[in-house]
Write a protein that binds this ligand. Structure first.
Ligand code: 13P
Length: 248
């Protein structure tokens, strides 16, 4: 049985003091031993959030990292820095990073491998544009992303990681994929992992859905056999996040 995992992706929201206030507001609302709860927060919020969630069921995640250990990479943050600050998870390859910051699969593959090397759990994102969906190439595109981003990653590592399926047209639009669309692609990702590795690896890897998840649709999405939780943007910044974590 895979444990559900619900992660908030705060994106570029919350100053450090707002972040601490949000952690305090959510503290009692996100208590659920049956679900892994993660707050993926802006880099500057990591240290205060790690302090604010100490002793609770919440883990801290980062929204990005660089694959080099240290050196002259102005503005970047290493996996080692994240680990030292108490981070457990790191989002890699969010569509906003792929699109606005031109992160390609070759770079993302380096980041995934580095995250594992440093002891972080990657939350690897994939997803199609509306144009790709309408052209009927959704699964081809996602399989290409997964295969490229996991080059050289072992079965044991994949068993520990999280993959987030986020259709780009559903992000921040209020337009959620239907439960059937979300389940179809999450199952397709699991089938792809089974082909690349083996059935046991596919059974173990946790696959989230992301894109306009809210308190009203979480229960139905998370009840699907291949959806192991959600990666939540807008709704992770308010009390509603507690309802998503306690979806049952
Ligand atoms: P929304 O939940 O705001 O649509 O964002 C989804 C997302 O991009 C999470 O990573």
């Amino acid at each position: 049985m895979r444990k559900k995992i619900v992660a908030g992706n705060w994106k570029m929201n919350m100053t450090p003091s707002q972040a601490v206030a949000l952690c305090d507001e959510l503290k009692d609302l996100v208590k659920n031993d049956e679900v892994d709860v993660v707050y993926c927060v802006p880099a500057i919020d990591i240290v205060p959030v790690a302090e604010a969630v100490k002793g609770t069921n919440v883990c801290v995640g980062a929204e990005n990292m660089y694959f080099e250990e240290k050196g002259a990479y102005t503005g970047e943050i290493s996996a080692e820095m994240l680990v030292d600050a108490g981070v457990k998870y790191v989002i890699i390859g969010h569509s906003e990073r792929r699109d606005y910051f031109k992160e390609d699969d070759e770079l993302l593959n380096k980041k995934v491998k580095k995250a594992f090397y440093a002891g972080l759990t990657p939350i690897l994102c994939c997803g199609e544009t509306l144009e790709q969906r309408e052209m009927g190439v959704t699964m081809d595109w996602i399989r290409l992303q997964i295969k490229s981003d996991l080059v050289g990653v072992t079965a044991d590592q994949v068993k520990e990681m999280v993959i987030a399926y986020e259709p780009i047209w559903a992000i921040g639009t209020g337009k959620t994929a239907t439960t059937e669309q979300a389940e179809e692609v999450c199952k397709g990702i699991r089938d792809c992992i089974a082909e690349m590795y083996d059935a046991a690896t596919a059974e173990a890897v946790r696959i989230q859905y992301g894109g306009s998840v809210n308190a009203g649709n979480a229960a139905e999405l998370f009840a699907q056999p291949d959806i192991d939780g959600g990666l939540v943007g807008g709704a992770s910044l308010k009390a509603d996040f507690g309802k998503i974590v306690c979806y049952k």
